[in-house]
Design a protein around this ligand. Structure first.
Ligand SMILES: Cc1cc2nc3c(=O)[nH]c(=O)nc-3n(C[C@H](O)[C@H](O)[C@H](O)COP(=O)(O)OP(=O)(O)OC[C@H]3O[C@@H](n4cnc5c(N)ncnc54)[C@H](O)[C@@H]3O)c2cc1C
Length: 290
């Protein structure tokens, strides 16, 4: 039941990452991390309760977006969707992520919402999450025991569930540097731009001329988590991108997804459009790569 009144909670505002992970080690499941709050506070107004919120607002040095041609893209856990949109390196080297940020909600939400929060929320409708799955991101988690990295395809373990342990703070998202002929693209379908996706998709291709050396394809709102489409990816591997291959791809995509009817769309509609969305994204990513 939705309410304007939040349940009671204690707000803790650590000044450093080490203080934050010490608090997490102590409170474990009793605490939730508060970043922009655009998911968490909404959930708390519905039915989610957490006795303690640990805010990241005063943690130093986690709002960076750094790009290096060798080590790739490093995004601190406090970096917002607005920062992604304003970043020239993201726009040039990771167009799928930039395009996802570009259609994400409204300027007000983008200014508060973090990229890390989008991934940690684990919604199958997450837009930047979908782009990050196609791009092959990794999530860096820190606890009092040290740091570990989790590949994004291993991160979401079920609907709204992920591999983060209660004692861990997400501190960074990493995306490898693109190769010389890498292209990517993202698209989402919504009723109105302020709404969440009824379906989204993202593609990253490594090309050699018109031949696709390898592909990563992600689709959201078609299963309990944002999914990769491995059979469709395999169809593309070491193949020239021709109209015949794209027609084959469009037929394969619906066989890899299991959408449901919900308030944003129907399973039937999602199945019908999914192949065309991915076909167009492949064309776009191939053009961007060459
Ligand atoms: C009006 C509206 C429109 C929206 N439109 C879109 C949209 O177009 N596309 C889209 O994808 N989403 C949309 N969202 C959802 C939301 O804005 C995003 O998912 C956003 O990226 C969440 O980030 P946040 O910083 O607000 O996270 P929060 O709400 O603070 O946290 C979300 C979850 O992540 C966890 N978390 C956050 N940071 C960390 C961390 N560093 N370590 C561990 N756990 C962490 C929190 O504990 C919580 O479980 C919308 C939301 C609203 C209210």
């Amino acid at each position: 039941m939705s309410s304007r009144i939040l349940p009671n909670f204690d707000l803790l505002v650590p000044n450093s990452t080490s203080e934050a992970v010490n608090l997490l080690a102590h409170y474990q499941e009793r605490a939730a991390i508060l970043a922009g709050g655009t998911d968490l506070i909404v959930a708390m107004k519905m039915n989610y309760e957490s006795e303690i919120l640990i805010s990241v607002s005063e943690l130093d040095g986690l709002d960076y977006i750094d790009f290096d041609p060798n080590s790739g893209l490093h995004i601190g856990a406090k970096a917002t969707v607005s920062q992604i949109l304003d970043n020239a390196d993201v726009k040039q080297h990771y167009p799928a992520l930039w395009q996802a940020a570009n259609v994400f909600a409204t300027p007000q939400i983008r200014t508060a919402a973090t990229l890390a929060g989008n991934v940690l929320r684990g919604s199958p409708a997450g837009d930047c999450s979908c782009a990050l799955l196609a791009l092959g991101a990794r999530i860096v988690l820190q606890s009092t025991e040290g740091k570990r990295e989790v590949a994004i395809e291993d991160f979401w373990t079920g609907y709204n569930q992920n591999a983060r342990k209660p004692s861990e703070l997400a501190i960074e998202i990493i995306v490898d540097a693109p190769q010389s002929a890498t292209g990517s693209a993202f698209h989402r379908m919504t009723r109105v731009n302020e709404d969440l996706a009824k379906l989204n998709g993202s593609v990253r291709l490594d090309m050699d001329g018109n031949v696709c050396k390898s592909a990563r394809i992600a689709m959201g709102c078609v299963g309990p988590t944002t999914l990769r489409l491995p059979k469709t990816e395999k169809l593309l591997q070491n193949e020239e991108i021709t109209p015949e291959l794209l027609a084959h791809v469009a037929d394969m995509v619906p066989t890899e997804i299991s959408p449901i009817d919900d308030k944003r769309s129907t399973a039937e509609y999602r199945l019908m459009v999914s192949g065309v969305v991915i076909k167009r994204l492949i064309e776009q990513a191939a053009t961007a790569a060459n």
